[in-house]
Design a protein around this ligand. Structure first.
Ligand code: GLA
Length: 397
């Protein structure tokens, strides 16, 4: 555990003591994630290759005997308190009555009770205090980190006997129903299953997950996040539109999901649909293939050989899926010109962050080049930092 992480855990415990006047019974945490490749493939039943990062959300938990769940956090002053028995009435119908950040932990509590078949009356009330060092709005899934910390803490405290996949699914249910963002399962699975120095190769149809060694450090490489500072929300606008286009494409092709379409089917797809829908489909189909190619390349040749796949992924998101923004393109182009092995936007798009795979010796040059390119374009300065493939959710103390 890094010093960083200990600090955040201590902040969660400190907040618990300050706001609830007691010591917590335990602390749990879950990481954010970066996606190496496989974007907008998860809700198409396809493949993704994310990894958990070193930034985590920590939660300190104590029990209470009145059937109430109360949540506080270091990132918002509000405390929210609700009877566990009321969660069913609150979600999804009356979610707007809950302050936004609290929809994540309360939504997870609601989803866990539903998934485990437990009535609210059969579990103990809880106080939860959250602290996080996952950058918010950077496309690094601060939301999955809150969900993973909450589900780990509650499932253990309530003795629900759910496995990690079920906890990831409860996180996704919270995000879809309690928050209203129509996202896939990638982020929650990455946060639950992450391993040091490895990515998770996930089949989003079967939820089969395979750990794939990354070996960045051994190859003399670093993975930089270039946070554009451009904020995005997946509960509104473009994300849902892209999802609808994919569903339309699958329907026109007569398949259950775009997972069932291969690159060889694309000429036929072009005949069956309008140009915009076709380009959305082409992104997903080629991106699925790029995930498979990346996994094979990592195994056979190591991480220094995946650069072209990352670059092709970015071009596909920029030109076919149209979810990039000028700041993301600038970051990717400047990083590549300064010697990055590969670079692409990561996450849902419309803002957030890009990643760049960079040799240790080139990190400063890439950082300087991206910063200079932003200044030359009149963009606010980006935040650039390395991320380390890290362990998934669990109990800390
Ligand atoms: C967001 C969603 C994920 C996934 C990505 C795009 O991060 O939460 O489910 O769809 O966008 O790959």
């Amino acid at each position: 555990m890094t010093v960083h992480a200990i600090d955040t855990a201590a902040r969660a415990r400190g907040l618990f003591a300050e706001r609830f006047g007691a010591e917590p019974a335990g602390t749990w945490s879950a990481p954010g994630r970066a996606n190496l490749i496989g974007e907008h493939t998860d809700y198409n039943d396809g493949f993704v290759l994310p990894f958990a990062i070193q930034h985590r959300t920590h939660v300190a938990l104590g029990t209470r005997d009145d059937g109430v769940i109360r949540v506080v956090s270091t990132f918002d002053d509000s405390a929210v308190e609700v009877s566990l028995a009321e969660l069913d009435a609150l979600f999804p119908a009356r979610r707007d009555e809950v302050v936004e950040w609290a929809r994540y932990p309360l939504g997870v509590a609601w989803a866990l009770l539903a998934a485990s078949g437990q009535g609210a009356g059969s579990v103990v009330g809880v106080d939860l205090a959250f602290a996080s060092d996952v950058p918010v709005g950077a496309g690094l899934s601060s939301s999955a980190a809150i969900e993973g910390a909450t589900s780990s803490a509650l499932a253990e405290t309530w003795g629900l006997g759910l496995d990690r996949i079920a906890l990831a699914q409860a996180g996704r249910t919270a995000e879809n129903e309690a928050v209203g963002a129509p996202t896939g399962i990638m982020d929650q699975m990455a946060s639950m299953l992450g391993r040091a120095d490895a990515a998770i190769f996930l089949d989003c149809r079967t939820l089969d997950a395979v750990v794939v060694d990354l070996g960045f450090d051994a190859a003399g490489l670093e993975l930089l996040v270039m946070d554009t500072g451009v904020s995005h929300s997946h509960a509104t606008g473009g994300y849902g539109d892209r999802r609808a286009s994919c569903e339309l494409g699958a329907e026109l092709l007569g398949v259950r999901a775009l997972r069932d379409v291969t690159v060889a089917d694309l000429p036929r797809a072009a005949e069956l649909m309008d140009d915009v829908t076709f380009r959305r489909v082409r992104h997903v189909v080629t991106e699925n293939q790029r995930v498979l190619d990346t996994v094979r390349t990592l195994r056979e040749q190591g991480p220094a050989a995946i650069g072209d796949l990352l670059v092709a992924s970015h071009a596909s998101m920029r030109d076919d899926f149209e979810i990039s923004v000028p700041e993301l393109d600038t970051a990717v182009d400047a990083a590549l010109r300064a010697g990055a092995v590969g670079a692409r936007m990561t996450g849902g798009g419309f803002g957030g962050a890009a990643i760049a795979l960079v040799a240790h010796a080139d990190v400063q040059a890439v950082t300087d080049a991206v910063t200079a390119a932003f200044a030359a374009s009149g963009f606010a300065a980006p935040t650039i930092f390395p991320v380390t493939p890290s362990a998934g959710a669990g109990r800390d103390g």
